[in-house]
Design a protein around this ligand. Structure first.
Ligand SMILES: *Cc1c(COP(=O)(O)O)cnc(C)c1O
Length: 385
């Protein structure tokens, strides 16, 4: 069989067997639409509320504070545009604060609000490790600030933001705080109480659940305007029949991940550390991007002098290693990464950004193999181009 080492868990994760089994009944015997009144509907509605309760317990909130969506992108859109439209309606202000290391789902939604509705944004800078400073947030908040949106863990460089500190600043000014926690579901604390956040985004397929399901935690009392209009699903926050099989799988996946997060974080941190140390030692002119300590477990990102990410990825793929350039969504575009530029990295070097993201199935021998072949591949590219 052809070698295949999957090191792209920040892009997506495989569905766990237990998750797959948990989904099956909702496709077959319990196929009902949860909005109806008869027994088939009631069965589906019971499944939906069971999943909601399960997730609420993990997030430390009430089931009524959860809105199921089609994924992280939709949840980010709903959080930001929904809160912004409500502020527009109430004439409360048009200023949004975000950071320079956001996912496109956040960045582009805010930019669109600026273009279409005249919102203004302050993009908080990051330090060379990719971290936002709560002091900068404090200085950026204005009387007309209606939302702050900061990512929990960067998908590109793995840096973990000090969310509880940032949200505490937001709370002092009574400004709603949204966190995109998509990359944090497997290894981080996602209690909305301890994080002190008002809105939180998660996605099922980043936590070993299926693609096409996500959620937005919306704290009781925070109002938003729905982006999809139609039926009264999800407390009028998101019209459309809920994707019950995917939601059931999401709940199971999140529960399994969070139940083992300490062990898995420790294991992934050690494996990641081993990959980082070995590559930096064996490959001349290689640099870790992001923070050496304060990073998502199993997230490993580098730049290599004189190397373009696309070329390296192609060679790695031929060797059976599935990695990706900084942002999976930006693959194919030969531009330097905005995140790396914001961290002060040189534009030329930024073109070589590559990430290996480890996960449940990753074993030490997989990392040994990467360490064995990567230095030769890089040397070959450097001498041939
Ligand atoms: C993957 C990702 C998203 C988008 O989630 P989808 O479910 O794929 O739409 C949003 N934010 C971050 C940080 C991500 O890594």
């Amino acid at each position: 069989m052809k070698k295949q080492i999957y090191l792209d868990h920040a892009a997506t994760t495989p569905v766990r067997e237990e998750v797959f089994s948990a989904m099956e009944p909702w496709f077959s015997s319990h196929f009902g639409n949860p909005s109806g009144v008869h027994q088939v509907s009631r069965k589906a509605a019971a499944g939906l509320s069971q999943a909601r309760r399960k997730i609420a317990k993990i997030l430390d909130c009430t089931p009524g504070e959860l809105i199921f969506t089609s994924g992280g992108t939709e949840s980010d859109n709903l959080a930001i545009r929904g809160v912004a439209w409500k502020a527009l309606l109430d004439n409360r202000g048009k200023h949004i604060i975000t950071s320079a290391v956001e996912h496109y789902a956040v960045e582009k939604t805010i930019s669109q609000l600026c273009e279409l509705h005249g919102f203004e944004q302050t993009v908080l800078p990051v330090d060379s490790k990719g971290a936002v400073d709560p002091k900068d947030l404090r200085e950026a908040i204005r009387p007309d600030t209606i939302l702050i949106s900061i990512v929990y863990a960067s998908s590109e460089v793995g840096t973990i933001q000090p969310i509880a500190e940032l949200s505490a600043v937001a709370a002092e000014f009574n400004t709603p705080f949204h966190v995109d926690a998509v990359q944090a579901g497997v290894c981080q604390d996602i209690s909305v109480k301890r994080l002190g956040v008002d809105l939180l985004t998660l996605s099922a397929h980043k936590v070993y659940g299926p693609k096409g399901a996500g959620l937005l935690y919306l704290k009781q009392g925070i109002e938003l305007i729905s982006q999809t209009t139609g039926g009264s699903h999800e407390k009028n926050h998101r019209a459309g029949t809920e994707n019950i099989p995917a939601i059931a799988g999401f709940a199971t996946a999140l529960e399994l991940a969070q139940n083992r997060k300490e062990e898995e974080s420790k294991r992934l941190t050690e494996l990641g550390r081993y990959l980082i140390d070995s590559v930096l030692k064996k490959v001349p002119n290689s640099y870790l991007t992001g923070s050496p300590e304060n990073r998502s477990p199993g997230h490993v990102s580098f730049v290599f002098e004189g190397i373009k990410a696309d070329t390296l990825l192609m060679h790695l793929d031929m060797a059976g290693i599935c990695a990706s350039s900084g942002s999976a969504c930006a693959t194919g575009s030969p531009e330097a990464s905005g995140v790396l530029l914001a961290m002060g990295l040189d534009a030329e070097l930024s073109m070589g950004a590559i990430r290996f993201t480890l996960g449940l199935s990753t074993k030490k021998e997989d990392i040994d193999y990467v360490i064995q072949v990567l230095p030769d591949i890089i040397q070959k590219i450097r001498t041939n181009y």
